[in-house]
Design a protein around this ligand. Sequence first.
Ligand code: IVH
Length: 680
Amino acid sequence: MTFEKAQERVQELTELLNLHNYNYYVLAQPTISDYEFDMLMEELLLLEKKFPDLMQPNSPSQRVGGEITRQFKSVIHQYPMLSLSNSYNENEIREFHQRIIKSLEQKVEYVCELKFDGLAISLRYEKGNLVQAVTRGDGTQGDDVTANVKTIRSIPLRLKGDFPDVFEIRGEIYFPHASFNALNKLREEDGLALFANPRNAAAGTLKMQDSAEVSRRKLDCWLYYLMGENLTFKSHYESLLAAKSWGFKISPHMALCNNESDIFEYINDWKSGRDELPFDIDGIVIKVNRFDQQQLLGFTAKSPRWAIAYKFKAEEVATRLLSVDYQVGRTGAVTPVANLEPVLLAGTTIKRASLHNADIIQSLDLHENDWVVIEKGGEIIPKITSVKIALRDPKSNAVAFISHCPACGSMLMRTEGESAWYCPNSYHCPPQIKGRLEHFIARKAMNIEGLGEGRIEVLYDNRLIKNSADLYDLHYEQLLGLEKIYEAEDGTARKVSFREKTSQNIIESINTSKSIPYPRVLFALGIRFVGETVAKKLAEAFPSFELLKSATKDHLIQVDEIGERIAESVVAYFEDEDNLQVLDRLIAHGLEFSHEVKNVLISSIFEGKTFVISGVFEKFSRDEAKNLVEQHGGKVSGSISAKTSYILAGDQMGPSKREKAEKLGVPLMAEGSFLAMINA
Ligand code: IVH
């Protein structure tokens, strides 16, 4: 395909993908199948790979992410990002309305909106292109999270219709319940800490370095405030309708209200209606609609005088504490859980609440049979916020944290500075053994299928497995026919059984897992504090297991992102005889305990030199070129600046790059000279 033909097709694909993206994510009315969409995207990705100069900064391919932000740039907001003054009762809303009519002495119309519970974001558009996305930060300056925000499908990268040349639009980035639940489910399977609520998860996700991971998590965004110089709109409502026509996702739940009773009706509708929304809201926002009136009212130092937030109170209810259970996790940490007299809260029956650790029990001054107040403020597990001391039976005893492990009877230990109590009997305490096995088989670890839903427990109870190496000794005949009836979380009885197909699949999946790459095997081992990312870092620095095993604490802490706590844990893991025996067996079973690392340093000929790679090459791909530069001590950058040492120039290098290189006097290096230098 010629460059011109490719250029035409890229343009066509960009328009098609933008349109289908809008239909799917903003209108929720797709007109093509997911498969057809994926095919178009794949075609675009291929063309952009082949003709890198056709890659536009706002290409729909940005949605899949890939850009890594090492450090988010701090940006000063052109217009400060203010917050809203809060109110919690109808009286305060009445006072707000009275203040407004008193100062305006005019009739006033309001726009009532949902108060989305996420993170504020400011998007800047120039000539219809998204150019920057900045978090609220301290209101005066925030972080540039553009690469991550570009992966949010409902945010247009390129606008349609009649939009202003330059403007900012603000809104709320949030996790829809479905994406949030899917994320936590994956984290649970991987033995990672769960996010407490969608807002925390959105905050954590927006600040991730790897935009590809942000893309996978599926954040969303509502826009609710347009600002800019010389905008011609008369009202807030009108400006948002216009923004909707440019492609933004504007809430369909806005309402125009002319008096207090309209406002209260809106508030009351959403007080009960919020439980049915597929995302969290924490209140209602009431804004004066006309811009000229907004201007007359102005701002205080912190918030506009023309708007107010009505915050919903966190829903709470009192119930009786029945008992406290203690659960032991795979690391041995003991978590107290309160069993409660079942009670209805925000549409669900609550029977249990986490008490987190001994300090929380103490700070609540919890006694047996206490009446406790539980609150559901967006958290997945409700929490006990206080105790009704007046209702306490004076004879009841304070809840005392256990001193011995409820599963194996070992004396619990606590490390100074940590709030959790631990059972030290790692190798013989059943919930720790089962927890480690469940972590080992998880999707992001060894990805052994068919062993979920209590099946690990059945194998353990039948004394077939007690460590990961035992899995690889299992035979089909040992599995077939095993079964167990157990009580599920919801109190119903469930039966787990190993039929022919299941047993066969499990054995096959165990065998397939032998080719899982080394970094994931390292993660699967369940070394304390070694999560997925740390495992990757360790595998990069110590490409074989033997190297890692013999690394000292000092070696380990020299690795990027490995601190003392992790280093000590790794050293302790390899000092343990039981671990070493299991590892020897895993090696004998043929699991991957080493890998090739691409970027070993071959020479330092390019040390201190920064390359920009442009165009296509005969003997290597652009990725290979990047590796070659790095293997010879150089760095690769994406854009030409005065600091660029060379442009590695292939065929079809774009004219704008050539022009810039010339202007800055950066020399071009051809493929042949590059290879000659390396080979010399
Ligand atoms: S308007 C100058 N509208 O609530 C006022 N804010 O404390 C601009 N929020 O930081 C904000 N939903 O993150 C506005 N419909 C809505 C909102 C909303 C949620 C958030 C926003 C802001 C905070 C105010």
